[in-house]
Ligand binder design. Structure first.
Ligand SMILES: [Zn+2]
Length: 295
């Protein structure tokens, strides 16, 4: 009789404890186990107080809905984050922040280009609401205005820089600034040496600007450069071959659709974001995968 009473007592304790920890209990697993509650707290995942490298940017939330394989992903293309009247490629920082706040509030995950590559090539899972933020040309305001917003939201991004401007053009970022951003987890990749119209160049000249910009950045950043954005979104058959020959594994145009493997890994689309677009247009561009967005 006494034994039965103890068992009943344990059962009540166990059930009430399960009730308390409802939020951490897998809702699918409804089996109630009649075992005494553990005395020791379960081991929590390791949290580094001082994160290394890109760890200051939050990792994926494991509860996120994952994207089915083979789907397209919106890769947004920004340029300068500044105000200039009637200049569509310059987006004031207040409006840029509005975009980032929208992404945060609506559960988007800005992923890296490496994440995108792994997803497209190997089906490595990414969250359903993955998005890629890219910035072309390497404007200094990417460091002074955009970078603080990125840090505030803990977002990942890629900047495609024109390498001949580094440490030379006062409106472009210095190698020191690039290094600092890279350390935080902002990916720096190639946008050629001189922002050439690739279609107007011979194959040799294409090889030169694509290869040299890659080497320049590898020297400055001490990492391998894998990705490229074609200036003006322009490329031709020999530019595709040249990009492949010098070792790029993924390259982007500006054709206005979400990025999909079926467009070819060296001719992926991006979605343009300009200052003439209001918030409604921005939202449409990040929610509609089947539309070609003309600048
Ligand atoms: Zn450009």
């Amino acid at each position: 009789m006494k034994k039965n009473f103890s068992l009943l007592f344990l059962l009540i304790i166990s059930i009430s404890l399960l009730g308390c920890s409802k939020t951490t209990t897998d809702p699918i697993n409804k089996t109630i186990k009649v075992t005494p509650p553990p005395v020791v707290e379960p081991i929590k995942p390791v949290e580094l107080a001082e994160p290394v490298g890109t760890a200051s940017i939050p990792a994926f939330d494991k509860t996120a809905v994952m994207k089915a394989s083979g789907k397209s992903v919106p890769v947004l293309m920004y340029h300068s984050i500044a105000y200039e009247k009637d200049n569509d490629i310059r987006l004031p920082v207040e409006r840029f922040e509005e975009h980032m706040k929208y992404l945060k509030d609506n559960g988007y995950y800005p992923i890296t280009l490496t994440d995108l590559y792994e997803y497209l090539m190997k089906d490595t899972p990414i969250p359903e609401k993955s998005i890629v933020l890219t910035f072309d040309d390497g404007y200094e305001d990417n460091y002074t205005a955009m970078f603080p917003v990125l840090k505030k939201y803990g977002f990942k991004a890629t900047i495609f820089v024109i390498t001949s401007n580094i440490d030379k053009d006062p409106k472009s970022m210095t190698s020191q600034q690039l290094l600092e951003m890279e350390k935080f987890g902002v990916d720096i990749e190639s946008h050629t040496v001189n922002h050439e119209h690739l279609k107007e160049l011979s194959k040799d000249k294409q090889l030169e600007t694509l290869g040299q910009s890659k080497k320049d950045l590898e020297k400055i950043l001490n990492k391998q450069i894998n990705f490229l954005a074609y200036p003006y979104g322009e490329y031709n058959k020999s530019a595709l071959e040249a990009a492949k020959e010098v070792g790029y594994t993924m390259a982007f145009s500006t054709d206005g659709r979400w990025s999909s493997k079926k467009n070819g890994m060296l001719s992926l689309d991006r979605v343009y974001i300009g200052s003439s677009h209001n918030m409604k247009v921005f939202i449409e561009r990040i929610t509609n995968p089947n539309y070609k967005f003309v600048n």
